[in-house]
Design a protein around this ligand. Structure first.
Ligand code: FAD
Length: 464
């Protein structure tokens, strides 16, 4: 059994862990990172990156199919396209492996030692790693837990055979003829829409009264409309009960207690993600928890001295960029810098069709704080959106009524994910409606919708 020691030990090389380790290495901290799988974690290997690759391929295919249908207004005529999903997946895998190598290279360049294997705590300062060449014991002054999250399994639909999680959905070599998606949250809809565009007959089963229930109904309306246009059937107030005896259909119970059957070759279960808190010796260190998550303070310190935790294992929002920002902060704290979590906004993007962006407070949250001004600018009045055939959607700005401080920004529309940067920056800089309205936005861009929404809230919109 080999033993090494270091100042900082990072468990998990997802976006939280690897960013922390790289920054720590840059700051001259003697750092070791342990990873069981490939560098990059959920996000790079089976999450953000592969899903966006599949979504892009599906969008391209759907555009071509639409052109081939002869119904497009652009005057382009082409023959019907076909798709070889195995080739699409091979392209996606190529991107993932380039990024895997990129992360490994950055860790090496920062002087971080990587140990491959599963880490288990022995005590608060000692971890044993089960590696290919035997057990490696690592002693560290400080440990960072960044073990991430895993898909939630339903008791009635255990993963296996036709029942798949997002991980298997992102590795299918053929487009299923009929796909049932259980759970109408962002992961289920992103993948459901992609497979519908690739030709699957998709049905979404959602237990709540509407899909994307964490967003307000005004914001999700264009997505719901598009689901119908794509032929995606949505069953709300419906519960998945299990597979049929022949395992070729999903059994569902709808609101009125009626039982139904949805014929399906694959059943994709996307009912949420759970923190990875088992199998690595949490019981040895007995940390305080908040529900299923590790409790952390505003410096990402756990209840045990010398142990930090970041990313999905610490709670919502389970997003890669939150994990990364926490990782960077923890590295600087370990290096002795004075840092604490002072971020105003964690923007969130839903890569559905059309896309959704939220940053800061929702309308409900903003109203709960006092009187607000709301400015909503429809993309139907935006020239750039019209040239991209993306008129369905809007940008909405919420601000305090008294001093016009911007509290929240939302958008829905084709390609609006790129506006998330401007939204985050405005909130982080403490912008007022006048700041946004007074910033010259390049023409013609969808970003002008942001300026116009601020102008609208001030009662002086120009283009509506
Ligand atoms: P993870 O990325 O989960 O990484 C944890 C790592 O720790 C894993 O590699 C795991 O192997 C390793 N590990 C765990 N335990 C041990 C152990 N004991 N020993 C050694 N290694 C261990 N987020 C976004 O912001 N944007 C998106 O567009 C987006 N799309 C998504 C799409 C899908 C389909 C999914 C599933 C997720 C998506 N997410 C997205 C969420 C995002 O992937 C996560 O929020 C992010 O990966 C969390 O980072 P993390 O570092 O906390 O953990």
């Amino acid at each position: 059994m080999k033993e090494i020691s270091c100042k900082l030990l990072v468990i998990g090389a997802g976006p939280g862990g690897y960013v922390c380790a790289i920054r720590a290495g840059q700051l001259g901290i003697d750092t070791v990172i342990v990873e069981f799988g490939r560098p990059g974690g959920t996000c790079l290997n089976v999450g953000c990156i592969p899903s966006k690759a599949l979504i892009h391929a599906a969008e391209e295919f759907e555009k071509l199919s639409h052109m081939a249908s002869g119904k497009n207004p652009l005057g382009i005529a082409i023959a019907a396209p076909s798709v070889d999903l195995a080739a699409t997946m091979a392209w996606k895998d190529g991107i993932v492996s380039r990024l895997n190598n990129g992360v490994a290279g950055l860790l090496k360049k920062a002087g971080v030692k990587t140990v491959h294997g599963w880490a288990t705590f022995r005590d608060g300062k000692t971890v044993a790693v089960d590696t290919e060449i035997g057990m490696q014991v690592i002693r560290a002054e400080t440990v960072l837990i960044a073990t991430g999250s895993a898909p939630v399994e339903l008791l009635s639909l255990p993963f296996g055979g036709p029942v798949i999680s997002s991980t298997e959905a992102l590795a299918l070599s053929e487009v299923p003829e009929r796909l049932a998606v259980v759970g109408g949250g962002y992961i289920g809809l992103e993948l459901g829409i992609a497979f519908a565009k690739l030709g699957a007959k998709v049905t979404v089963v959602e237990a709540l009264p509407r899909v994307l229930a964490q967003y307000d109904a005004e914001l999700t309306r264009p997505v719901v409309k598009r689901l119908a246009e794509l032929g995606i059937e949505v069953l709300v107030n419906a519960k998945a009960k299990g597979l049929s005896t022949k395992r070729d259909a999903l059994l569902v119970e709808t609101n009125g207690g009626k039982n139904g059957k949805i014929a399906a070759d694959k059943v994709l279960v996307t009912v949420g993600r759970k923190p990875v808190t088992e199998g690595w010796g949490l019981e040895q260190i007995d940390l305080d928890m908040v529900g299923p998550f590790i409790r952390i303070d505003d410096q990402c310190r756990s209840s045990m001295r010398g142990i930090f935790a970041i990313g999905d294992v610490t709670g919502e929002p389970m997003l890669a960029h939150r994990a990364m920002a926490q990782g960077e902060m923890v590295a600087e704290i370990v290096a002795g810098h004075r840092r604490s979590w002072d971020r105003r906004a964690i923007p969130a993007v839903c890569f559905t069709d059309p896309e959704l962006v939220t940053a800061g407070l929702s309308p409900e949250e903003a109203k709960a704080r006092g009187e607000i001004k709301v400015g909503l600018f429809p993309l139907a009045a935006n020239g750039r959106a019209m040239t991209k055939l993306g008129e369905d959607g809007f940008v909405r700005v919420l601000a305090r009524a008294d001093n016009h401080l911007v509290l929240g920004i939302q958008a829905v529309g084709q390609g609006v994910s790129e506006l998330s940067t401007a939204f985050g920056l405005a909130l982080e800089m403490g912008a007022t409606l006048e700041d946004i309205a007074g910033t010259i936005h390049a023409h013609p861009t969808q970003g002008e919708g942001f300026q116009e929404a601020a102008l609208k809230a001030l009662g002086r919109a120009v283009h509506v």
